[in-house]
Design a protein. Structure first.
Length: 253
């Protein structure tokens, strides 16, 4: 093969280039509102909005937990998603009286969450709401993280817990402790437990679309447009290839 790469590698690079170019074009050619207006409604984010409104009404706060995924390791994708949506979520939560509590199960994620929390407080014009005590390293293995996050969900009578990150069976501890629990993870065990015990759950690729639904940045929504365009292109290619193969068979080629 040219350039010393396999066909699979070249196809993967072509797909990445197409997705990246499509995302850039959608971001440049479409207005911000047009990027967001055709998003499919998801009940999980309606529950998040309702939970934030309830927290403001009752003077309670949001508990946001980022899971126990390690950065730059398998399972870290949802940790980056959780960090990306942290700023708009915290900014919305700061409209109430009590600042949110953020927990995580990895020191690296916790360290990166500090500037996001500080930025959200500054954007909400409430810099005094930022405090290192608002971030909790709940634990560094499934059992300790689950216990620590469950304890955080109970402290101060939290209005709801939003869990978004790498989560396994330990999410059951959260579900037992939190008054309301919604969230999502890429872990199959965590998805099953969250769907069975939580109030609502993000399934499959819905987790990775969270940035678009929370309006973290227009590029998140632009990426969904690019993915839809890529799916449509693949469908067309498959249909054309199938039609050509059928015609060749009928012609006896």
């Amino acid at each position: 093969m040219p350039f010393g790469g396999s066909l699979d590698t070249l196809l993967a690079l072509a797909a990445l280039l197409f997705l990246g170019g499509g995302m850039g074009l959608a971001y440049l050619l479409k207005s911000t509102e047009s990027l967001y207006k055709r998003l499919r409604p998801l009940s999980t984010f309606r529950r998040v909005d309702a939970g934030l409104a309830l927290a403001m009404e009752e003077g309670r706060r949001l508990h946001y937990t980022l899971g126990r995924g390690r950065l730059l390791r398998p399972g870290s994708g949802t940790s980056w998603v959780g960090l990306s949506v942290m700023t708009p979520l915290v900014r919305s939560a700061l409209r109430g009286d009590a600042p949110p509590l953020v927990s995580a199960g990895d020191p690296g994620v916790t360290a990166l969450a500090h500037p996001s929390l500080r930025s959200a407080c500054a954007q909400a014009r409430s810099p005094e709401a930022y405090s290192p005590d608002g971030l909790l390293l709940a634990g560094m293995d499934p059992a300790s993280y689950g216990a620590g996050a469950a304890l955080a969900a109970q402290q101060g009578r939290q209005a709801m817990t939003l869990a978004l990150g790498h989560l396994g069976w330990e999410v059951a501890l959260l579900a037992d402790a939190a008054p309301r629990l919604v969230g999502g993870t890429e872990h199959p065990v965590g998805q099953a437990v969250l769907l069975a015990t939580g109030d609502d759950a993000l399934l499959g690729e819905e987790v990775f679309a969270a940035g678009a639904y929370t309006r973290a940045h227009p590029l998140h929504a632009a990426s969904l447009w690019a993915q839809d365009a890529f799916r449509l292109l693949l469908i067309v290619i498959l249909l054309v290839a199938g039609a050509l193969a059928l015609l060749a068979r009928l012609a006896g080629l």
